[in-house]
Design a protein around this ligand. Sequence first.
Ligand SMILES: NC(=O)c1ccc[n+]([C@@H]2O[C@H](COP(=O)([O-])OP(=O)(O)OC[C@H]3O[C@@H](n4cnc5c(N)ncnc54)[C@H](OP(=O)(O)O)[C@@H]3O)[C@@H](O)[C@H]2O)c1
Length: 284
Amino acid sequence: MRGDEVDVARHQVERGVEEGREPLRGWGEAVFGFEAAGTVVEVGPGADPALAGARVVAMDMTGGAYAELLAAPAEAVTPVPDGLSAADAVAVAAQAATAACVLDQAGLGGGETVLIESAAGPVGGYLAQLARRRGVARVIGTAGGRAKLAKARERGFDEVVDHSEPGWQSRVPRGVDVVFECIGGTSARPLLDALTPGTGRMVVYGLISGDWPAVEPADLEPRGLSLVRATMAEVDGSRSEVLALAARGELTPLVDSALPLAEAAKAHQRFEDRLAAGKIILLP
Ligand SMILES: NC(=O)c1ccc[n+]([C@@H]2O[C@H](COP(=O)([O-])OP(=O)(O)OC[C@H]3O[C@@H](n4cnc5c(N)ncnc54)[C@H](OP(=O)(O)O)[C@@H]3O)[C@@H](O)[C@H]2O)c1
């Protein structure tokens, strides 16, 4: 597969990369990168020969995507619909599919108020867009600092709270039906106060801080709250759907920036400095 236009800077901000800890596996190859978009130049034995020449995204590889040519397992490849650029396809393929998969597990019926953490990040931004499509009435986001808060508002969040300020959880409006939790650690527990007693739920799908949320059954039961740990088992099933939505202009790809592959280090630095608001794309 030829990475015609794009490759992806994948963040490693999560610290849970040691053996046996989620969410990231260790790199299986010397070359970084496990998401790419490009054109199939050669099809291996057993794979569908019709893929030759197809524009595809390749997801969840064990590494090797920071390159001009890469080998991807056939099951990792999804065709890109006409009209969607490679950059936009790779911006949507992992994070929007993740958001769709997480939303499927939130038990939404329409009319809810939801809280989405890391609202200026790609998964957060897609959660907001897709939640609206599912009838959510009010979308509150959290982000760190003025620039990220402004970006979240620009992307359609109704209200935003700065999660870099001490005690920020007390500024989250009460009456939230679902918290989409991805930071983890000790910051999650105080958010339970914002959830509607009896029906409120916290859907956990990430641990940016490096730890799962410190929430115990005793924190939930007396208030009738529940905690759902979202699985990614169905994420591949959501990929074609979100690519099609983006191709029809019904989902906005969230791109922070695009840099030449030679500037991969700059891309990583941008991510580590928490400056990225969306996907960083590398162009081979
Ligand atoms: N990417 C995927 O395909 C995928 C799949 C499954 C699960 N997830 C999970 O979804 C969550 C969001 O993913 P994403 O790709 O959209 O990432 P992201 O939101 O871009 O994550 C990075 C951002 O997290 C925020 N953050 C909050 N607390 C932080 C802390 N303690 N240290 C560093 N950064 C912190 C920072 O934004 P502020 O400056 O606003 O604080 C930072 O820029 C992650 O937990 C990830 O594990 C992602």
